[in-house]
Write a protein that binds this ligand. Structure first.
Ligand code: F6R
Length: 615
């Protein structure tokens, strides 16, 4: 969370930094700011709220900026100190000569702040970041060497940080440093960049160096130097970013979320591509770096994830247990890290994350590694911190996801779990071969089924219009689609701020039914052929008897459904085991259209950020 961009070079500094921040806005949008080096001065511009406000501010002051040569920018997701102008970055030291932007949390900032106040520093904000500005300035006053001052300062910081620093007296030099927060350097010709994430630089360069913890980058327009915290030069590999700038365009869609929902069929084809073309051949995910003999004996898997990725993990549990007969535990990373787990060297731990930067999941993965478990990471960001911790890495290849609400990365995670479960089942040899073959056969048809849903969304739009004024929703399902109910409810909450809760349908009568009346619609996921179909139908009837309005999401042709439910959203025929890959799509659309009718900010919902890099 929070986004950082630094630039020095021949292009218009303000435009480059602004473009970078625009491409990072999914990381936070409480406030934004920029510090520009211009004709020997450091000029600071900050605004509250979204980036558009900074754009207007910069346009109104554009005549002040004559010949900018370097700058650093920031978009904020507030942690310490409320979203306000005074707390917006960049922060400065008392004399204003040193500026800093920061992503992360400094845990010992209070004690550092106390010491700096005693030394006469004049603090203006409530942020932990301002402490860094005063600390580096204090060190600089002693050694008169900005690089050394940053090195000495970061040694005193506890917690997580990615920082960029500039000083008025050190022309066109930007220093970046990181620990437990992502940071990379973009390499150009006569220009260089520092950023917290690749979208910030992708429009300008694909050449990237990823910093590791405790490394420091010193950049000028013609030079990049990376050192460790003691100042020793570190030779780093220059990597080429695999994404094209076009991925950051809405391509005619009103929102990124809608575009990303529509991309799902192609994303799934992409995930399946090369892995499943011959249904008679065994699946071989060569990304799984565990010996076949070990996999054969494997009897314990733990999956750790947060939010939407946790829902993908729940589907993963269901299919791995169903197909491969391996016992699977699923746990929210934030819970896993604060208890005594039974993880050991015989456990396969799977971490799932679209961003690969979620702090809770990273901590959980580190703990699992300490316990000698083999760690498999399923992520959409093979360049992320989490991916770097992996013993085995399955990139889900969904492409950049800009909308804060995850959609295509979720379906790509699901497909990766299906491939993994089939592979494990084939290695174990304990699942009926023709059953597995049928699943593979149907898996290939999933993209077409999704396209069928996406080709006519009028039913879903109508449903959204009808129900957009309700304040509460219940989503129910049983078995494998319980994860879909949880995910559908989460999507609605996230982007429309409507209270929606997913329940195992059988649990309704054990408490939640007390809430039901005509103001609380119930959405039921009903896949015929499954063992729980009739049960969900009767759970829905129980809700109807309490006057709840009923919505069915179903592939059933049963005419009875039309009489029981107020609205029926039809989806193509699909087997129960594969149904989560398509049932999620109408629920994403329902959430999208309700939020859209209510005029909500679909791509950047309040209080959220795309990657949650704080615990
Ligand atoms: C919801 C959403 C979040 C994330 C969660 C974990 O749409 O995106 O619930 O799933 O914050 O993030 P990752 O998957 O990046 O670890």
């Amino acid at each position: 969370m929070c986004g950082i961009v630094g630039y020095t070079g021949y292009r218009d500094v303000v435009s480059v930094i602004f473009k970078g921040l625009t491409n990072l806005e999914y990381r936070g949008y409480d406030s934004a700011g920029m510090a520009i080096r211009d004709e020997g001065e450091i000029k600071i511009y900050k605004t509250l709220g979204k980036l558009i406000n900074l754009k207007n501010e910069l346009e109104s002051k554009r005549s002040e900026i004559k010949n900018p040569t370097a700058g650093i920018g920031h978009i904020r997701w507030a942690t310490h100190g409320s979203p306000s102008l005074v707390n917006a970055h960049p922060h400065t030291c008392s004399c204003g000569k040193l500026v800093v932007v920061h992503n992360g949390i400094i845990e010992n900032y209070k004690e550092l702040r106390e010491k700096l106040i005693q030394k006469g520093c004049n603090f203006r904000s409530q942020t932990d970041t301002e402490t860094i500005a005063h600390l580096v300035a204090d060190e600089y006053s002693l050694c008169k060497n900005l690089e050394l001052a940053v090195r000495n300062s970061v040694k005193k910081l506890q917690g997580a940080y990615a920082i960029c620093v500039m000083h008025k007296d050190v022309p066109d030099l930007i220093i970046g440093a990181r620990k437990h927060a992502p940071m990379l350097v973009g390499i150009g010709d006569g220009e260089n960049f520092i950023a917290s994430d690749t979208p910030a630089i992708i429009e300008f360069t694909k050449k990237t160096i990823y910093l590791d913890d405790n490394e420091i980058a010193v950049i000028t327009k013609d030079n990049v130097k990376i050192t460790d915290i003691e100042g020793n030069i570190v030779e780093k590999k220059v990597e080429i970013l695999p994404w094209e700038p076009i991925a950051l365009s809405k391509l005619g869609f009103k929102h990124f979320m809608l575009k990303e929902i529509y991309e799902q069929s192609d994303v799934i084809r992409n995930v399946l591509n090369g892995k499943l073309y011959d249904i008679d051949a065994p699946i071989n995910l060569n990304e799984v770096k565990l010996d076949k003999e070990i996999l054969k004996k494997l009897n314990k898997i733990e999956i750790i994830a947060c939010g939407t990725s946790l829902h993908a993990a729940l589907v993963g549990k269901y299919i791995i247990e169903d197909l491969a007969g391996i016992s699977v535990e699923v746990e929210a990373s934030s819970e896993y890290i604060y208890r005594k787990t039974t993880t050991d060297s015989s456990t396969l731990v799977i971490g799932v994350s679209q961003s690969g930067e979620t702090a809770d999941t990273i901590t959980a993965i580190k703990q699992a590694k300490e316990k000698k478990a083999h760690v498999l990471i399923i992520t959409n960001r093979p360049d992320s911190n989490m991916a770097r911790l992996a013993d085995s890495l399955i990139p889900v290849n969904a492409g950049i996801e800009v909308s804060v609400a995850a959609t295509k990365s979720y379906t790509a995670q699901l497909i990766s779990f299906y491939l993994l479960a089939i592979q494990l089942a084939e290695i174990k040899g304990n699942c009926d071969k023709s059953y597995l073959k049928n699943i593979k056969h149907e898996l290939i048809q999933i993209p077409t089924k999704i396209e069928e849903i996406l080709s006519n969304t009028s039913e879903i739009q109508e449903c959204a219009r009808k129900f957009s004024s309700f304040k509460n929703f219940i989503y129910i399902a049983r078995g494998i689609n319980l994860a879909t109910a949880l995910e559908g409810a989460l999507k609605l909450k996230e982007i429309s701020y409507i209270n929606a809760t997913g329940y195992a349908a059988g649990e309704l009568k054990h408490g939640p039914i007390a809430m039901l009346d005509e103001t609380m619609p119930v959405l039921s996921i009903l896949i015929p052929g499954g063992i729980t179909y009739e049960k969900i139908l009767s759970n829905s009837e129980e809700a109807k008897a309490r006057n709840a309005k009923l919505i069915a999401l179903t592939s059933s042709d049963d005419k009875n459904i039309e009489t029981i439910f107020d609205v029926v959203i039809k989806i193509p025929k699909v087997s129960e085991i594969l149904s989560p890959t398509i049932t999620c799509v109408p629920l994403q659309l329902l959430a999208y259209y309700i939020a859209e009718f209510l005029g909500k900010d679909v791509d950047q919902p309040r209080n959220l950020a795309k990657s949650v890099t704080v615990e």
